[in-house]
Design a protein around this ligand. Structure first.
Ligand code: NAP
Length: 292
């Protein structure tokens, strides 16, 4: 009798990570597709990523997702990286290499692109809904916003980057310029929160990439006139940020589709198979509904 092969190890590394929906998403797909692998959440504090990756390499781990606060360190520690990960300056996916090192990828950008497309379909809204013909407005300039800037630069989407710390909004313009055609610099602008009210009035849609909703906060919303607000967060954080926007007449969509899509693109890199996004989305919705 032959001994069954042990499942291969995959997972997500972060701090905090206990709340992560990634194990639910990936283990669901592994089970659906009958792949002999298991995906776990791994709590690794800041500064400890190199040690964790070394141990995982020794254990034969084939791939990991990386979340806060390690995305930049993951890129720095990887021996090779995709152009997208280098432009964005962060990695959310690592693949083990034959030489024992790691290759860095970033699936947040294609995940965002997929999620935004779904958001417009869900909202039944075109990019110019509201009749303003104005630019996209991105609020927040942390790690997730870098992926947004790369996508909007590549799309030559006219964009205003607005952030509490204006220097970080200006950095997003650099990412935008790196991915856009030369000569399109004027299609993006950076500003601080003092300009937020005016920019909200003039934009055609909003992407929220702040973490405001996680502390139960939102912003002051002017009349939405049916325009889209796409919040990258999901669950209770998105509820807190989006409820006042809805009250003011904005069409709101949260970031759960992006979460599932970035996971799906990581899965495809590891296993060469495209998993069922809708199935995972439904499983996540159920899990979030059951969260007290
Ligand atoms: P981050 O790097 O910590 O950045 C947070 C941003 O929020 C910064 O720009 C920060 O401004 C701003 N901010 C925080 N508190 C604020 C306040 N009181 N007033 C004004 N601005 C404030 O976070 P991140 O990793 O980019 O994540 C941002 C959001 O995206 C989170 O909600 C996260 O859950 C979500 N996300 C979703 C996905 C997905 O797959 N759906 C993936 C990644 C992230 P300063 O720059 O001035 O500090």
């Amino acid at each position: 009798m032959t001994t069954p092969a042990l499942p291969q190890l995959y997972g997500v590394i972060g701090d905090p990570v206990a709340h992560s929906l990634s194990p639910l998403i990936h283990n669901g797909w592994l089970s659906d597709l009958e792949i002999n692998a298991h995906y776990v959440a791994m709590h690794v504090p800041a500064g400890k990523l190199a040690d964790a990756l070394e141990t995982l390499g020794q254990q034969g781990c084939k791939g990991v997702n990386i979340t806060l606060p390690h995305k930049q360190d993951a890129l720095a520690l990887a021996g090779t990286a995709s152009d997208a990960a280098r432009t964005i300056g962060a990695a959310n996916t690592l693949l083990s290499k034959m030489d024992g090192g790691w290759h860095a990828e970033n699936t947040d950008a294609p995940g965002f692109r997929h999620g935004l497309g779904q958001a417009f379909m869900e909202a039944e809204a075109g990019r110019d809904t509201g009749g303003s013909g104005g630019p996209a407005l991105v609020i927040g300039a942390g790690g997730a916003a870098m992926a947004v800037a790369a996508v909007f630069g590549g799309d030559q989407q006219s964009t205003v980057f607005c952030n509490r710390t204006i220097e970080k909004a200006e950095r997003l313009r650099d990412v935008y310029a790196e991915t856009a055609e030369p000569g399109t610099e004027s299609q993006s602008r950076a500003c601080g929160l003092a300009a937020l009210e005016e920019e909200l009035g003039a934009c055609s849609f909003v992407v929220n990439a702040t973490s405001l909703g996680h502390s139960g906060q939102s912003i002051d919303w002017p009349a939405g006139r049916g325009r889209l607000v796409y919040d990258l967060s999901y669950g209770k954080a998105a509820d807190a940020f989006l409820a006042p926007a809805r009250d003011a007449g904005w069409v709101t969509v949260d970031g759960l589709r992006m979460l599932v899509a970035q996971a799906g693109f990581s899965f495809k890199l590891w296993f060469g198979m495209e998993p069922d996004f809708d199935h995972a989305f439904a499983r996540c919705q159920t899990a979030l509904e059951m969260t007290p």
